[in-house]
Design a binder for this molecule. Structure first.
Ligand SMILES: [Zn+2]
Length: 254
């Protein structure tokens, strides 16, 4: 399951992603109530359903996303696509009504010193991270996966590597990934180097050398990610058009 986060200060809070179904986001809402805080701003870091499905829980908050993510959220694939990609929850997506976010990140009044960093494209058409410079805490959304292989089939690998270079330069003390346990710069660098290795293997037409990411969960994503890097090298996709899906992406659907 995906991670979500909250940053609160003086009774108001920023919620970072809402998980996949309202009952999952209820846990975040309960924690806010326990702290006597209300959700002031809810950010969808990117358009994937496991980060936006609980949006309905935060009625009354300003719900926002990068304009490109908001557009993708407004045009979801058929429920059958989710059923086959996430079979553990098959049958649930047909009735899931995702509340669409406002397509803007402008003019937000965020708690503490939270600031947003947008990367479009990266893991998807657009991804937003949340950075707290005073505590050096970084929420990456799906710009980072720890302990579970990243999923690159809709993104642009070279831009994702550049995004991770930018995030690594912040030298965060704590990194909350989109999936997996909390980590730090070591794990962030592992993901960065793995994605860079995919791109190098695609460019040089050489095999992908084994690395730590290859031992993580969901390693069957890696051949698909490699094909994504090859698509980029062949010029089949680019920042302006990411729509062509890797030929072997079907292996991820059940
Ligand atoms: Zn994602």
């Amino acid at each position: 399951m995906s991670n979500a986060g909250l940053v609160h200060d003086e009774g108001r809070a920023l919620v970072i992603d809402t998980m996949m179904f309202p009952e999952m986001a209820e846990g975040i809402a309960a924690e806010l109530r326990r702290r006597g805080a209300r959700a002031d701003v809810v950010l969808n870091t990117h358009h994937h359903v496991d980060h936006v499905g609980g949006n309905a829980v935060f009625d009354g908050a300003r719900l926002v996303a990068h304009p490109k993510s908001a557009d993708a959220i407004a045009h979801p694939p058929p429920a059958a696509v989710y059923d086959s990609f996430i079979p553990a929850y098959a049958g649930r997506f047909e009735s899931l009504d995702v509340v669409p976010p406002e397509p803007s990140l402008d003019g937000l009044d965020l708690p503490r010193d939270a600031r947003l960093r947008s990367y479009a494209p990266a893991h998807t058409v657009a991804d937003v991270a949340v950075w707290l410079p005073s505590s050096r805490v970084l929420f990456t959304g799906d710009l980072a996966f720890f302990g579970v292989a990243p999923l690159a089939f809709q993104g642009l690998v070279s831009s994702w590597v550049a995004a991770l270079d930018d995030l690594l330069a912040l030298d965060p003390a704590v990194v909350v990934p989109g999936h997996g346990p909390v980590g730090g710069t070591r794990e962030l660098a592992l993901v960065r180097d793995h994605l860079a290795a995919l791109l190098a293997a695609a460019r040089d037409d050489t095999p992908l050398l084994p690395d730590e990411v290859g031992e993580w969960l969901e390693a069957d994503r890696i051949p698909v990610n490699l094909e994504r890097a090859r698509q980029e090298v062949r010029g089949e996709i680019g920042a302006a058009d990411l729509s062509a899906i890797p030929a072997n992406a079907g292996t991820l659907f059940h």
